[in-house]
Design a protein around this ligand. Structure first.
Ligand code: NAP
Length: 279
């Protein structure tokens, strides 16, 4: 280790990673707080993952984000895995500690609830059932955080039913699995509705779940943020629901990592959104 002050480095490891908005987000915060640091995208193949991660601290990295397809594999590389990341089975934030150990956490659930609390201040997760569409990696983080904030029942439907059943087996009886073909019915009477599938994203098929049950009093959010206003959100808004887009989750999940790496807790505000959305 060198004895002079080093410029702190962080970044995001994935493959592909060129589409990631994280470099723009962290780059904006670094500039805003006048921190002499850098955040870079790193396209790393699965076979090189451990070698690259183990070398990063020696190159001046203080940590990094991890994205698809490496979020699960990093759990086997990290020396310390938070309970939350272990429960979810994936990590998105690594901290390279001064003692040489690699600490892995998952901040997606935090980003999810912080986004709803900021943009739907009247949201009461304990006031009624939630309906979650999808049972992939993101859905696991959403289910864990909804349970943590006291949601009494989580209805879940997924194209591949076995994945939803697996979540129920792991997370317990507060989860109720619904048939994918009947997913529209589980929205009836739910107070929180989440699209945690990739349906509706640019380049993916539309989310065709019937939305007739959407009604005022429901809080509806979509993890998909390209486009920003998905068909789910547009329909929900027209039905009088409170709607929250998925960009806020992306911004909020980045806060704990930035704070641990660079020592400043950034605020998610309109200027942050604008910076990430600008071309
Ligand atoms: P993932 O693990 O690959 O899961 C994808 C999910 O979408 C699964 O439930 C999958 O169902 C479903 N799906 C995909 N294509 C489908 C189709 N044609 N018909 C029906 N269902 C389909 O991905 P993930 O990591 O959970 O991410 C899901 C979405 O959330 C992505 O769009 C991602 O960009 C977004 N996301 C956003 C944030 C944020 O900060 N806003 C954070 C994380 C993820 P099967 O199980 O049947 O394949």
């Amino acid at each position: 280790m060198s004895d002079h002050p080093r410029i702190p480095l962080a970044g995001v490891i994935g493959s592909p990673v060129a589409h990631s908005r994280s470099p723009r987000l962290h780059g904006y915060w670094l500039k805003r707080f006048g921190i002499a640091g850098h955040y870079i995208p790193m396209d790393v193949a699965a076979a090189d993952l451990e070698t690259v991660i183990r070398a990063l601290p020696r190159a001046g990295f203080v940590g990094c984000n991890v994205t698809i397809p490496h979020k699960e594999a990093v759990l086997g590389i990290a020396d310390i895995v938070t309970d939350r990341a272990a429960l979810i089975g994936a990590a998105n934030t690594l901290i390279f500690r001064r003692d040489g150990r690699i600490h892995a956490d998952n901040t997606d659930g935090y980003g999810f609830t912080a986004n709803l609390r900021q943009n739907a201040p009247d949201w009461q997760p304990g006031s009624g059932p939630a309906a979650v569409i999808g049972a992939g990696g993101a859905a696991r983080a959403i289910v864990a955080s909804l349970l943590e904030v006291g949601t009494p029942e989580i209805r879940i439907a997924n194209r591949t039913r076995a994945r939803a059943e697996a979540l129920r087996a792991e997370f317990g009886a507060r989860l109720v699995v619904h048939d994918w073909a009947q997913a529209g019915n589980m929205l009836d009477g739910a107070t929180t509705i989440v699209n945690a599938s990739s349906l509706g994203m640019v380049g993916k098929p539309d989310l065709l779940v019937p939305l007739d049950a959407l009604a005022p009093g429901m809080t509806v959010t979509d993890l998909v943020y390209t486009p920003l206003k998905t068909r789910l959100l547009t329909t929900a808004e027209a039905a009088g629901c409170t709607v929250v887009d998925g960009l806020g989750m992306l911004l909020h999940q980045a806060v704990p990592g930035f704070e641990r790496w660079f020592g400043v807790r950034p605020e998610v505000d309109q200027a942050t959104r604008d910076a990430v959305l600008s071309e």
